[in-house]
Structure formats: C-alpha cells, structure tokens
Design a protein around this ligand. Structure first.
Ligand code: ATP
Ligand code: MG
Ligand code: MG
Ligand code: MG
Length: 462
C-alpha cells in the first residue's frame, strides 16, 4: 500500500509519482469520456483535480462520487492540462468511504449564504470558506503561544469554575449540581448552596485576570488563554456567550509598557497571518472582502494612535456626526464611536486610556485627578474594542476604598486582596478577545462565523 499524501504536500512531488489521497468531494463534472473530481482534505484551500476515465470506472460506479462523498484515490500525479493548476491526479483506483445523497446533503455546488451555513454549523467546516477560517484560527492560536514563549511569559492555567462574581455578576453562568427547582431556599427566597458540590455558589469564569494577577506576582510574566463565558443578552455581531480570551499579566509593568506590549503583540499576530496563511487570506480577500489584505498591511505600517478618553470624547463631540448613542464625558463609548475614531478620524488603530472610573472595573489604578483610571482599550477598524486592559491598583488601601465606594462584596476575592497585603507589586495586563482577532484577520463580519461551535442566545445545539 502507498502512504497517503496530504493535498497540501502534493506540489512538492515530481510528476509521475504514484500517490494516494483521501478527502471529500467538492464537485464532480465532466463529459462522456472523463469525469473531473475536485477533492479537498482540509490541508489547503486548493482542491486537487482527480481525472477519472469513464470507460475505466463505469458511469454507475462513479455515480455516488457526488458532492460531499468521502473517497480514497490512488493514481499518478501528473502535470495538468488545464490552466491555473500545477498538477492533477490521473485516477487508477477509487474507493468510496462514504456517500452523501445529493437529495439530502445540504451542501451543494452552488455557494451558500453565511446565514444558511450557520444553521448547519456541524457541516460548514466542509466548505472552502470555513476551512480557510478554521485553519487561520489554528495558526493564530499557535502564534499566540509562540509569541509569549519567545518573550519569556509562562502559560498559567486559570480556572473555569470560580466562586468569584467579580465584575459582571449579572452576565455570569452558574455552575451548579443542584436542581434549582427543588432545592431548599432561605427565608428571602435565595438558594441554599451549602448542599451544592462546592458548598457555595459557583460560576463559569468571565475572565482569568484576577487569578492571572497572582501568577504575575510570582512568576513575573504570565498569560492565560482559555474559554470564558458571559451571558450576553445582546445579539450583536461581536459578542458570544462562550469565547476565548488571551490575558497576559506582567509584574513591574505600567500602563505604557502595557500599551507597548499590546501593540507589538497584535502586529506580530497580523504579520504571522500574512506570512503563514497566504492562500487562505487570498481566498477570503477574493470572496468576501476585497480590502482584507490591504487592511492587515495598513495596521502594520503605522504606530497606533495613543490618546486619552477625554481627548477622544472631545474629537467625537466636535465631529458633527450623528451617533445613535450620545457622546459626553462619562459615557461608555459604543462601537460606533470607536469605529468613527479609528476608521474616519485617525485611519489607524487607537489605544485609548484614562477612562472615567465609573465606567471601568474596581481593580484599575486610579489617577491623581481622582476621576480617571489607567485603563486602556485598543480600538481596531471594523471591530471597535479588540483589547481591554489596565495598570492594576497595587495599593491595598486605595483598592479597598474603591471597593467600598461601589459597595462590592470582598468575600469571594479575599485571596485576591491578600496579594496587595503581602509583597504587592506594580503590574498591568490586558485581555484580547480571540474571536475579535480572528474577525479582524479573516475580514468576516459576524463573530458566529469565526468559531466552530458558536454559543449565542438560543443556540447550543452543536
Ligand atoms: P465590549 O465592550 O465589546 O462588550 P468588554 O469591555 O465587555 O467588551 P472586556 O471585559 O474588556 O470586554 O474583555 C476583554 C476583551 O474580550 C474585549 O476587548 C473583547 O475583545 C473580548 N470580549 C468581551 N466580551 C466578549 C464577548 N461576549 N464575545 C467575544 N469577545 C468578547
Ligand atoms: Mg461587554
Ligand atoms: Mg468595553
Ligand atoms: Mg473592555
């Protein structure tokens, strides 16, 4: 038997080599003499053309070799007669692993809309589009680990199940083994969690940051990269209920070091995609977004703009633009505002800092003015916020003052507060939404199209 060759590796072989390939049929067309099968095995966007002689195989035999079928082909790798292809395979043997009845198989030759493909998320990886997207997603995940490893960061695994309800208590998913319909309740009607698995209420994490901070104050520089969960009730093209987040956290970094890291990291990832995902990017550029590659190059060409929230609000107020949400000092900026600054005003990515403390989390380092904190958001074209981060408040008293000001419970984060009591250290970090990165790199418009199994309201089937 001949060893299987991946379709991506065929072009390295000399013509005349006998090969074995396995994959899924994209299309089959032809005439009375020959049948042309476009075959893909997921290793590349480029299908290989299989040429099958009708007389040799018989019309009946080739009939089940239809779109979606899985086949094994043994044949000779030869120079293609057709233009635009280097090689094709002259089939000697075709084995059918699995058929796909054309009357039932939902993916047919004609292009399908992304909306339709979302309804068959279990089959859409079989399309060229989703093959390209998920290969790019893989390469980006690898590049993230490579970047941090090369730069002296340790990969610290933070927990998925947590007792902390840190920031957005309302948007957390509960993790419980109790049947909430049957459990004992206290007088005020709240659930008695003492009988639960952990003996207390637990949730799925919304961010690994608080645990990450412990890591930074021990190992120096760490990152987490894992799934996070938010019960986002808004149906937007940028929010998922389950998404992946990359969160570096570094001791002895201030907000400026943090901005430098964010910019260098994002540029590294985009350069990596351009260097390693060329065929897939060219395909997406051609099919969906004619400015994709140009936009990626443009991000690399300039320094990101750095400005304060106060300066940003001023620009927006003076822009004369009609926005859906009003702009005034103290308002949380919406993606329409962020995109205006990036796409219309500066025409390059923006890092905005020094936000009003009321619209940011309790752990951000407070500025002298008593009104703003050293938070930073990185704003990208087409996306808006791609990164949120800050220098953290390292001073125990200041942190506690803020916690009391907003009336937060300290019980679930007692361990976090201890880091400020014992050998506290200045430190900073940020969170990059992995799917927002993939949205930007692939040029896709909807976040549901860049994750294999999107979790959104009323959608957890597959
Ligand atoms: P947004 O303002 O867009 O709701 P956020 O400020 O709530 O984002 P952070 O808590 O700062 O988000 O999280 C860090 C990063 O995680 C964000 O900059 C974004 O890239 C990503 N992110 C946040 N929420 C989601 C989500 N629901 N789905 C996908 N990515 C998300
Ligand atoms: Mg949010
Ligand atoms: Mg935000
Ligand atoms: Mg944010």
């Amino acid at each position: 038997t001949i060893r299987r060759t991946k379709i991506s590796d065929l072009s390295q072989l000399p013509f005349g080599t006998q090969v074995s390939v396995k994959g899924w049929v994209r299309t089959r067309r032809g005439n009375k003499q020959v049948s042309f099968i476009a075959l893909n095995d997921g290793s590349t966007i480029n299908n290989i053309q299989i040429v099958a002689d009708i007389e040799q195989f018989g019309d009946e035999y080739l009939k089940p070799v239809s779109t979606g079928a899985c086949i094994h082909v043994i044949g000779t790798y030869v120079e293609s007669q057709g233009k635009g292809q280097n090689g094709e395979i002259q089939a000697e043997k075709i084995e059918i692993y699995g058929t796909a009845d054309p009357l039932e198989y939902p993916l047919q030759k004609k292009g399908h809309s992304l909306e339709f493909l979302r309804e068959i998320a279990h089959l859409r990886p079989r399309t060229n589009t989703f093959g390209a997207i998920f290969r790019i997603r893989h390469h980006m995940a690898y590049a993230i680990h490579k970047y941090f490893n090369d730069n002296g960061f340790y990969y610290l695994h933070t927990p998925i199940i947590t007792a902390s309800d840190a920031e957005g208590a309302g948007s957390m998913f509960q993790a419980t083994t109790l049947d909430l319909n049957k459990v004992a309740r206290t007088e005020d009607g709240s659930v008695d969690y003492s009988q639960d698995f952990f003996g207390r209420q637990t949730n799925l994490t919304v961010s690994g940051q608080l645990e990450g901070e412990l890591g930074a104050m021990a190992l120096g520089a760490i990152y987490t990269f894992g799934p996070t969960f938010r019960a986002e009730n808004s149906n937007t093209p940028r929010h998922l209920a389950e998404f992946w987040m990359i969160e570096p956290e570094v001791a002895f970094y201030d907000i400026h070091d943090n901005m430098d890291l964010a910019e260098d990291f994002l540029k590294y990832l985009i350069r990596y995609a351009l260097d390693n995902c060329k065929d897939d990017l060219d395909f997406l550029n051609e099919m969906y977004d004619k400015e994709l590659v140009e936009r990626l190059e443009l991000v690399l060409a300039h320094d990101f703009v750095r400005l304060s929230y106060t300066e940003g609000v001023k620009i927006l107020e003076e822009s004369g633009q009609k926005f859906e949400f009003p702009v005034y000092w103290g308002a949380d900026l919406q993606s329409e505002h962020e995109r205006y600054l990036v796409e219309k005003h500066f025409k390059r990515p923006v890092i905005m800092t020094d936000y009003p403390k009321e619209i940011k989390s309790f752990y951000m380092k407070q500025n002298e003015d008593g009104k703003t904190v050293r938070g930073m958001d990185v704003l990208f074209p087409k996306i808006g916020e791609i990164i949120g981060g800050s220098e953290r408040e390292a001073d125990y008293d200041k942190l506690m003052n803020r916690i009391n000001e907003i009336g937060m419970h300290t019980d679930p984060i007692w361990w976090y507060l201890e880091t400020r009591k014992f050998g506290t250290a200045p430190h900073a970090g940020f969170g990059l939404g992995f799917e927002r990165l993939i949205l930007f790199v692939t040029g896709m418009a909807n976040i549901r199209d860049v994750i294999p199994f999107p979790r959104t309201p009323n959608n957890a089937d597959f």
